[in-house]
Design a protein around this ligand. Sequence first.
Ligand SMILES: Cc1cc2nc3c(=O)[nH]c(=O)nc-3n(C[C@H](O)[C@H](O)[C@H](O)COP(=O)(O)O)c2cc1C
Length: 188
Amino acid sequence: MPHQPIAIELAYRLVNHGPTVIVSTTDGAQPNACAVAWCAPASREPPRFCLTIGKRHKTFEQLMASGECVLNLPTSEALDALMVCGRRSGHDGDKLSAAGIALEPSTRVCAPRLACCAAWIECKLWGVPEWAEPGPSLVVLQALAAECRPGVLDREGFLDTDRFKTLHHLGGDRFVLPGERLDGGESS
Ligand SMILES: Cc1cc2nc3c(=O)[nH]c(=O)nc-3n(C[C@H](O)[C@H](O)[C@H](O)COP(=O)(O)O)c2cc1C
């Protein structure tokens, strides 16, 4: 089934509820990816996202050098891939091919997508605030394109968390899945 394009101003809805993402990059020769729990929308229009990512990560190195990445949205079926990306480092070799994690080409960036994920936000690096020094880097990205598997967004453009169970990191090896949906309304 072909992927479904997402209006770029609605891409924030893929991560608005705080799921862990996999950030993929490439240096042109070796693709790489790492798990990032600390990812959030930063602006709807223009569509921006922020990440907190360790400066020693191979993914950070490739992101800084290429100026591009993909935010891949894993669901519960992709937990093993998420843990490979989050527990092994690309500094020690190509963990993606070693673990048999399939890649797909992106539409707007050279960084590949992880085929096992449910949705993808292709981004260019927008800025690295200097005031976030020292420590892990706060990175701001601007989305260029977003797509998902059919049905990931419902007819109203909201993530269907009844069918697509994103992974929410509690710390360590522990996650929770999205639970009951509530619709807020204005009180009369
Ligand atoms: C569930 C999970 C969430 C993580 N979240 C973050 C994060 O938000 N920021 C970060 O810098 N590292 C995070 N990590 C750690 C990196 O993903 C990990 O150090 C990875 O091996 C780096 O790979 P690389 O050197 O190939 O880039 C997380 C790891 C796991 C397992």
